[in-house]
Ligand binder design. Structure first.
Ligand SMILES: Cc1cc2nc3c(=O)[nH]c(=O)nc-3n(C[C@H](O)[C@H](O)[C@H](O)COP(=O)(O)OP(=O)(O)OC[C@H]3O[C@@H](n4cnc5c(N)ncnc54)[C@H](O)[C@@H]3O)c2cc1C
Length: 374
């Protein structure tokens, strides 16, 4: 990379690196928020290739294998990846969720152990938050971690854990004090998935893939050094993780949206004025989201708005795509998978209803929703 560290110079260097990787076959195609199993090997290779070439962790410290640049440089990296239709990193759960949480709250030992190996792809992560009885009401989680000397004994079940079948570590929320109010008795752990008593069972989805899993814990002995932050203080750390997960939509999203709309146009013979109008409206909504993120992207309040706009946009886009492709293509095409997958994105990372509640209460100042257990 050239010595000029401006974002403009970085943009040129990044485009050159990415385009060369597309030509050489080292880059992995873009896939959205959750890595589909059929791209696992390509994504692993691409992450390692970036790391070995000095192009991983744009805004992470150099000491931890990153490039030591700014968040603005990272935005540029995402934009250039979107232009080339290439994945910006291996998996959201590792590079964005676990990595940023460890950067914010990890001990020096945890940062040294996890960050570099996450960037180099030696450690893959999954997110172990949701449970059969605790999704929207995450603070109601029942998986327990009971202190036993220098360790904790973990029992319970998680569900919808994306890519847990490939993960070496998981970011885990577990109840360490059942007496405290529900938000205050939760601890955040970095769980070694190889520990005895951790069992991963992939769930088959209607797309035919198994992207997420059930994860069961039976008397797992968790060393105290796996705590991120402090005992019973996991809720605040988890909220930072959810904000990263929800606030990720930016200008890069609009670049890839425009590309997908162009591809829809190319492949369609049935674009009438109604569908053309719908396409324009979708693009305009994408641009509105882009403008919002450019002006307020770092503002924690904006995360639920971005999440809501992004997942609803994705859903409407796949509906339009399938109506343009027509019935025949539904038998075996990219549209079929996208259509089956699209409702999931308005649930993953917190459902649209929950984002609306948060927007109502925290941004619009509406009265709080009644809580049965308070
Ligand atoms: C593709 C995908 C990937 C996922 N990956 C992961 C992962 O890697 N790790 C992980 O931990 N979880 C993951 N999840 C789980 C996801 O976070 C939860 O599904 C989500 O939080 C909703 O929880 P739930 O499924 O228990 O639904 P529930 O909370 O039971 O909600 C059911 C319905 O009721 C509505 N509802 C609930 N409460 C309210 C309320 N107060 N007001 C209005 N409406 C309400 C919801 O919007 C929803 O429509 C994933 C989910 C999907 C779809």
């Amino acid at each position: 990379m050239a010595e000029d560290l401006s974002t403009n110079a970085f943009r040129g260097d990044a485009a050159e690196f990415i385009n060369a990787a597309v030509v050489s076959g080292d880059a992995c195609p873009a896939y959205g928020a959750i890595l589909p199993p059929h791209l696992h090997h390509r994504a692993m290779h691409w992450q390692r290739f970036c790391f070995d070439s000095g192009w991983a962790g744009v805004h992470w410290p150099v000491d931890h294998g990153g490039m030591g640049l700014s968040v603005d440089h990272n935005v540029v990296w995402h934009e250039e990846c979107a232009k080339a239709e290439v994945a910006p990193y291996l998996n959201l759960q590792g590079i964005v969720l676990a990595g940023e949480a460890i950067l914010r709250s990890g001990t020096q030992e945890q940062r040294d152990y996890f960050l570099r190996s996450t960037l180099s792809n030696e450690i893959l992560w999954c997110q172990l938050f949701s449970e059969p009885g605790a999704g929207s009401d995450l603070a109601g989680l029942q998986t327990s971690a009971i202190r036993d000397g220098d360790s904790f004994v973990l029992n319970g079940q998680k569900v919808w854990s994306s890519n847990a079948q490939f993960a070496q570590y998981g970011i885990l929320m577990a109840r360490t004090d059942g007496e405290k109010p529900k938000h205050k008795g939760i601890t955040f752990f970095l769980l070694d998935m190889k520990l005895a008593g951790v069992e991963v069972r992939p769930i088959k989805q209607m797309t035919g893939d198994s992207e997420f899993c059930e994860v069961f814990f039976t008397d797992v002995s968790l060393p105290a050094k796996s705590i991120l932050g402090e005992v019973n203080n996991g809720w605040g750390i988890a909220m930072g993780v959810l904000q990263d997960e929800r606030g990720g939509a930016g200008a890069a999203g609009v670049i890839s949206l425009r590309k997908r709309l162009e591809a829809m146009l190319d492949g369609s013979s049935s674009l009438d004025s109604v569908k053309a109008d719908e396409m324009t409206r979708i693009l305009n909504r994408g641009k509105a989201l882009q403008s919002l993120m450019e002006r307020r992207g770092g503002d924690p309040l904006i995360a639920p708005v971005a999440k809501l706009m992004n997942s609803e946009l994705g859903y409407d886009e796949t509906q339009l795509d399938s109506s343009l492709q027509g019935a025949a293509s539904m038998l075996n095409s990219r549209s079929t998978d996208n259509l089956l997958y699209s409702p999931g994105m308005s649930i993953a990372g917190g459902s649209s209803e929950i984002q609306r509640n948060i927007i109502g209460e925290r941004i619009l100042g509406l009265p709080r929703e009644p809580q049965i257990d308070e």
